[in-house]
Ligand binder design. Structure first.
Ligand SMILES: NC(=O)c1ccc[n+]([C@@H]2O[C@H](COP(=O)([O-])OP(=O)(O)OC[C@H]3O[C@@H](n4cnc5c(N)ncnc54)[C@H](OP(=O)(O)O)[C@@H]3O)[C@@H](O)[C@H]2O)c1
Length: 397
């Protein structure tokens, strides 16, 4: 049974089901990931000549697996200066968020703002992985409260720091919940946290990123294969399906309406998958509305199956016991937290991953590629409708 449950989080098994229903073998994100693969920074962004003021960019050929790099920043005058990038990572107290914080921080080129609901846990987590003090700070953010999201955005703006990258990573997954639970404002907790909290956060911080003078600005929302029904994993029931969004439009509160986006019966595993579809649709709608105007790169990704993270904390103990070996030895889809963190760090900072509107995945050689989203997760009309309903729910319209 636990293994059956494990299948609900199957990795991007090598088969992709195309929109037309064809299946084809494809390089998998999971198989044969080499831990020894080292990301190399072959991007040398700044060349300073002998005079010291006639600086210019010198770009060498970029390798696919480039680590975080330092950009050159143009100040209003002709003189160019260097500064560290500022990146906010939500849910950086564990798993993928923590590994990404570490990967970016240890380059010494990023100030990582760990946006976490539990300050002490975040502080301990940063220490436990050896992130040095000068490269991170912690700010309180509880995505299950829109008030907390607003306070966070206000506090960040008051700090006077520019914002160069925002990583919407935090998530909860409640696969065994029999009844829905709710956010402070009364939205079903998974969608309320994973989608609505991040939607408000990113809308409130968009102008800050727009105003940043960093040479590349990125807004990343972590997606998932489980929300993509063009994959094997995405076809394991309960499948993601937003339907006509009637439950969301009704407030997702289970009072007079359903707690599920599609208006159906509550299902905790489906609510998580639905929330990931929302994340991927939101990224595309941001891209459509703001990429040209702001120059911000909007992207999503599936980092691989990181079977050991706290995401599975609410699952039954047998599942938690069997899921990691199942992914490691049966599907061979397991990706370590460290490897996944490097992948997300790449999407934040690798100059070669600057294309906007992309959903990134990684192949067997740990090389990134643009993946295809499912029909629903790339439905432009649904993305527009989701945006408009979400705006109303979070009080922006
Ligand atoms: N694990 C996988 O196999 C996998 C695969 C594909 C995608 N992902 C995605 O990767 C992302 C990170 O997941 P993970 O696997 O690293 O899980 P994780 O270790 O459980 O990390 C989730 C993070 O979200 C935070 N969080 C939860 N609710 C929050 C709230 N209300 N406000 C602020 N922060 C909150 C958690 O904070 P606390 O520490 O305080 O609980 C934690 O830091 C998620 O978006 C997930 O969908 C994971």
């Amino acid at each position: 049974m636990a293994l059956q449950a494990a299948a609900t989080l199957l990795p991007s098994a090598a088969i992709t089901i195309h929109k037309e229903g064809r299946s084809s073998l494809k390089e998998s994100t999971f198989f044969g990931v080499s831990r020894s693969e080292i990301y190399r920074a072959d991007f040398n962004p700044l060349f300073v000549n002998n005079q010291g003021f006639n600086r210019r960019l010198q770009i060498r050929p970029i390798r696919a697996q480039t680590a975080a790099t330092t950009p050159a920043i143009s100040s209003p005058g002709a003189k160019k200066t260097l500064r560290k990038g500022n990146v906010i990572i939500t849910g950086a107290s564990s798993g993928l968020g923590l590994a990404t914080a570490k990967a970016l921080a240890e380059t010494g080129k990023w100030n990582v703002i760990m946006a976490c609901r539990n300050f002490l846990k975040a502080e301990r987590a940063a220490k436990s992985v050896g992130i040095s003090k000068e490269n991170y700070s912690i700010m309180h953010l509880d995505l299950s409260s829109l008030e907390s999201v607003r306070q966070f955005a206000d506090a960040f703006k008051r700090s006077g720091r520019p914002l160069d990258a925002l990583v919407c990573n935090a998530a909860i997954y409640l696969p065994t919940a029999k009844e829905p639970t709710f956010t402070a404002e009364g939205f079903e907790l998974s969608v309320g946290t994973n989608h609505l909290g991040h939607f408000l956060l990113s809308r409130l911080l968009l102008d800050d990123m727009k105003n940043s003078d960093y040479p590349y600005k990125r807004f990343i929302i972590v997606g998932s294969i489980t929300g993509n029904t063009n994959t094997l994993a995405g076809n394991v029931p309960p499948k993601a399906n937003l339907g006509d969004l009637r439950g969301l439009a009704g407030g997702l509160n289970a009072l007079n309406n359903s707690a599920m986006i599609d208006g159906g019966e509550f299902d905790g595993a489906k609510a998580y998958k639905d929330s990931k579809v929302c994340n991927m649709l939101t990224m595309q709608e941001f891209h459509k509305r703001f990429h040209e105007e702001t120059g911000i790169t909007f992207a999503s990704l599936y980092p691989g199956c990181i079977a050991t993270t706290g995401l599975f904390r609410e699952h039954i103990p047998l599942f938690r016991l069997l899921f990691p070996p199942f992914q490691k030895y049966i599907t061979k889809g397991y990706v370590s937290e460290e490897e996944a963190g490097k992948r997300l760090a790449q999407v934040v900072s690798d100059p070669s991953l600057s294309k906007s509107g992309v959903y990134w995945s990684w192949n067997t050689n740990s090389a990134s590629f643009e993946n295809q989203l499912s029909q629903e997760a790339s439905d432009a009309e649904k993305a527009r409708k989701l945006w408009e309903i979400s705006e109303k729910l979070v009080g922006l319209a």
